[in-house]
Design a protein around this ligand. Structure first.
Ligand code: ARG
Length: 397
């Protein structure tokens, strides 16, 4: 009889490498690994490693296009930033990983999927709730959560089976995709301690950044960035290019004590150079093209959207409904934003939009002024009416 199959999301690190034999032994199943490139991965090397640690089959998929198109840019249009700090890189990648896991399980006839998340984090929730939304009958296994081994025991377990692991020397736990790098654990668990330089990999310390600023003109088409300095650019290239050039200027370092869904506070360091630049440019263009009411309502909805993403509720009708709203808000968010990158800061230096609500003739104090200043009298008289009335009727309050 053919063996049961489990599809394991496989990064090639110690945890998921040990998970392959562990799942085979504890579930008496064949383990098919699935490695997904969300921007930072050498798929072939990891595929080989999967086979070396005992996978019956090692699948790979390039998820970069889908990540940018279906997750990162919608989140950019929404202005989704968790607790005013975190552009949600890890959180946006998880539902896509879940989607690929479910697709692979169906294609391979697997009865379960497995992931390498711990039992204390948000990621287990994001993946498992997403899998449940896409296929409620699929079983999900979290070996790292279930096996109760610490790092030393994992290494022993691997050595006893002659697994070609390389435990790595980093004292941090990291996760990366195109939208950013997340770093936690080690001495970062002391929130009083300034992160050591080794915690960072994508961004330069200010002492090493160029003395001269660089200016970029980013073009947006209905809230989607489509070009830089007059040159059209696809999403992946755009994000990679901005990560590199902004990281070189030390932009995108974030030190966040955040509220996890599972009820604990944790301190995480993020590097998100492209996301920081794109969010600030996008917001500047919205300031030109959205009415005051549109902008303020959208900011409230953005907070809700950030919570939905962070809390693992991507595949829900609620998120779909909000996306429809955000898409609608972007109809006129087209134009150019000039940003200045210098010494760790991205500053908006200029903005220009064909459908701009900023009108020079209304704003100017020069001769071209078309604002009817005489009408201000009547406006203030009526606007201030309830204030005058109340103060007369209820004096001394
Ligand atoms: N705190 C972030 C989140 O919940 C990142 C989690 C993964 N971080 C890591 N260093 N492995 O989205």
């Amino acid at each position: 009889m053919a063996k049961d199959k489990i599809v394991l999301a496989f990064s090639g690190g110690l945890d998921t490498s040990v998970a392959v034999p562990w799942l085979k032994e504890n579930y008496n199943a064949d383990v098919i690994t699935l490695t997904i490139d969300l921007g930072m991965v050498d798929l072939e090397t990891i595929r080989q490693r999967a086979l070396q640690v005992g996978a019956s089959k090692a699948l790979t998929v390039d998820g970069r296009d889908a990540l940018v198109r279906d997750f990162l840019f919608p989140a950019l249009q929404a202005g989704a930033i968790y607790e005013d700090q975190y552009p949600l890189a890890t959180a946006l990648g998880r539902p896509l990983i879940a989607r690929y896991l479910v697709e692979a399980a169906h294609a391979e006839g697997a009865y379960a999927v497995a992931h390498g998340c711990t039992g204390k984090g948000n990621d287990q929730v994001r993946i498992e709730v997403s899998v449940a939304a896409l296929d409620p009958n699929l079983k999900v296994i979290g070996p790292i959560r279930d096996w109760g081994m610490n790092r030393q025991e994992e290494i022993k377990y691997a050595q006893a089976r002659n697994l070609p692991i390389n435990p790595g020397t980093s004292r941090f736990s990291t996760d990366e995709n195109l939208w950013g790098r997340s770093v936690e654990a080690g001495e970062l668990e002391d929130p009083w301690l300034e992160p050591p330089e080794e915690a960072y990999a994508w961004t330069k310390p200010l002492s090493d950044t160029p003395d001269d600023p660089v200016y970029l003109e980013i073009h947006f088409d209905q809230g989607i960035p489509t070009g830089i300095d007059g040159e059209e650019m696809g999403g992946i290239d755009m994000v990679r290019h901005l990560n590199e050039i902004s990281g070189n200027h030390g932009i995108g370092r974030i030190d966040h004590v955040e509220n996890r869904l599972v009820g604990i506070k944790s301190r995480e360091i993020y590097e998100s150079p492209a996301a920081v630049v794109l969010h600030s440019a996008h917001k500047a263009l919205e300031a030109m093209t959205l009415s005051k009411e549109q902008a303020r309502t959208k900011a409230r909805m953005a907070q809700e959207y950030g919570d939905i993403v962070y809390n693992g509720l991507w595949f829900t009708p609620h998120r779909n409904d909000l996306d429809a709203y955000f898409r609608s808000t972007q109809r006129h968010v087209t134009g150019d934003v000039r940003v200045r990158l210098h010494k760790g800061t991205c500053t908006v230096a200029g903005r220009n939009a064909p459908a701009s609500l900023y009108q020079y003739e209304l704003a100017t104090y020069d001769r071209d002024d078309k604002f009817d200043q005489a009408a201000a009298n009547g406006f203030i008289s009526i606007y201030g009416l309830p204030v005058r009335t109340q103060n007369q009727a209820q004096p001394g309050e």
